[in-house]
Design a binder for this molecule. Structure first.
Ligand code: RP5
Length: 165
């Protein structure tokens, strides 16, 4: 984690950490300074408001919100900032993340939450989407993101099936 983060990752509970970990790992791989916090829209609303309300002046440029259940975290954050908020639905209830997905993707008109897939794939893509946003004004990051994408393509091309080994 950096002292001057550009991306702030907020999760509603420590129990969400494993799901959000791919986002942290990809941001690190792309050398994007980030920070992660546990803050809840319903358990710590005042502290969440403080965090989001000061995010821009502290240098943050993109926020990632991961939460499960009735995942109002992302929408509440989006309501308190003009920074882009990327939502990652988390599996936390018997509804298997569909509750969280719909809570984020069905935000009423006017307060957008850019919602990714449920779980770890969504967390990884949130980091990549944050990178794409930041790369608009950072040519070096654009190059790193392009190299990351090319490496993933090479991973696919290098795959060998059992009957080809
Ligand atoms: C949400 O409730 C959190 O984001 C988490 O996904 C879910 C369960 O939280 P814990 O009961 O594990 O703290 O607010």
């Amino acid at each position: 984690m950096s002292e001057h983060p550009l991306v702030g990752i907020v999760m509603g509970s420590k129990s969400d950490y494993e799901v959000l970990l791919p986002a942290i790992e990809i941001l690190r791989a792309l050398e994007i300074p980030c920070e992660a916090r546990v803050l809840s829209a319903h358990r710590t609303p005042d502290q969440l408001f403080d965090y989001v309300g000061t995010a821009r002046e502290r240098g943050l440029r993109v926020l990632i919100a991961g939460a499960g259940g009735a995942a109002h975290l992302a929408g509440v954050m989006a309501a308190k900032t003009l920074l882009p908020v990327l939502g990652v639905p988390v599996v936390a209830t018997p509804l298997n993340g569909l509750d969280s997905l719909l809570s984020m993707v069905q935000m009423p008109k006017g307060i957008p939450v850019a919602t990714l897939a449920i779980g770890k794939p969504g967390a990884a893509n949130a980091a990549l989407f944050a990178a794409a946003i930041l790369a608009l004004n950072d040519p070096a990051l654009y190059e790193r993101l392009g190299a990351w994408r090319a490496a993933r393509a090479q991973d696919v091309l290098d795959q060998v099936l059992p009957d080809q080994a």
